[in-house]
Design a protein around this ligand. Structure first.
Ligand SMILES: Nc1ncnc2c1ncn2[C@@H]1O[C@H](COP(=O)(O)OP(=O)(O)OP(=O)(O)O)[C@@H](O)[C@H]1O
Length: 322
């Protein structure tokens, strides 16, 4: 990328744990100032990838440069420029929030003001609470504060908002947006599509250790192959031909007892009118835009949210259409 300075350059990263290949030939080029997402199912290799980028693990093959520094050889210098919030933090349980923020501040040349930082992650009321007595969500906020205390130029956030309530989640999102305003590069690991769609300039979809697609969120959504989806439950099987002949309809299928119509244009309106005219009674009608999950399904045949979808029943599909 001529003319653009790269914050992260990962080339051909490969990491195996015994017989398990966790990261398989992953290459990433992330320009400075970008919010870059890594999205994938549990076990896809997201955490291992960012641990390799942070120099916390050594790749079996491949190289990583962060702000021009080698992630392995230049670790000491990189530590001053990189902030890392990983899923599991091993912090001194007996220290309070304020003590931990001040302690971590001493590792850096020009740390943020501890009071302001604690306030920005919503922990002012808990500043004197020991780490061991914080709730999971509070521990999470603290780990984000500790990733930011050294004014890093590159920040790695792993599962930024997992376990946070909606208000705390929005607060974290605006913290990330203000990092962007300051020109900080953010590497954001997530399996929350909404978060990635809202925050990220570009996203790598990771599956089984490989990058299966890399694009802007809207560019990825286009790979779903359709723009709109309407789903509903019908009292009796719906003639497939009725729906397939409608304007804008590209695909009609059944899923878990629901009828699913995919296509483009004003699909909800077109489908609803046709069903009413045909005298077909339906309930729970929903109109949705295609999502990153739809793109992931189109690319890999599986849903992003393995926990929610792997248990879905597939055997009653035939009932909904005729
Ligand atoms: N220290 C380790 N030893 C052995 N196997 C590991 C280790 N860490 C991760 N793995 C395995 O490597 C694969 C990738 O794990 P990783 O944690 O990078 O994935 P992830 O996408 O971050 O998953 P999650 O969303 O569940 O955090 C998984 O199959 C995992 O079980």
């Amino acid at each position: 990328m001529p003319g653009t300075s790269l914050a992260v350059e990962a080339d051909g990263l490969h990491k195996r744990y015994r017989s398990k290949v966790a990261v398989d030939e992953v290459s990433l080029s992330i320009p400075a100032g970008e919010i870059f997402g890594i999205l994938g199912r549990n076990g896809a290799g997201k955490t291992t990838t960012v641990e390799l980028v942070a120099g916390l693990r050594r790749p079996d093959r491949g190289t990583v440069r962060v702000l021009g520094l080698d992630a392995q050889r230049d670790r000491a210098r990189l530590r001053q420029l990189l902030g890392v919030q990983l899923q599991e933090s091993h912090l001194h349980a007996a220290l309070t929030v304020a003590e931990l923020v001040r302690l971590y501040g001493t590792f850096y040349r020009d740390p943020l003001d501890s009071g302001e930082l604690i306030e920005s992650v919503g922990l002012t009321g808990s500043r004197d609470v020991r780490f061991q007595n914080l709730s999971g969500g509070q521990q999470q906020r603290l780990s984000i504060a500790l990733a930011l205390v050294g004014r890093p130029r590159v920040v790695i956030l792993d599962e930024l908002t997992t376990g946070l309530d909606p208000e705390a989640r929005r607060q974290m999102w605006s913290t990330v947006e203000s990092l962007r305003d300051d020109g900080v590069t953010v590497l954001l690991v997530s399996h929350a599509m909404e978060e990635v769609e809202r925050l990220c300039d570009r996203v790598a979809l990771l599956d089984a250790g490989r990058v299966v697609a890399l694009d802007s969120p809207s560019g990825l959504v286009r790979r779903a192959g359709f723009a709109q989806r309407v789903t509903f439950l019908a009292a009796e099987p719906v003639p497939k031909r009725l729906l397939e002949g409608l304007d804008g309809v590209e695909r009609v299928r059944a899923d878990g007892g629901r009828v699913v119509v995919e296509g483009r244009g004003d699909l909800l309106q077109v489908v609803s009118v046709a069903l009413v005219r045909a005298g077909i009674v339906v309930t729970e009608t929903r109109g949705e835009h295609a999502t990153l999950d739809d793109a992931f399904v189109a690319l890999t045949g599986r849903h992003l949210d393995n926990e929610r979808h792997d248990h879905e029943r597939q055997d009653d599909d035939k009932e909904a259409l005729r």
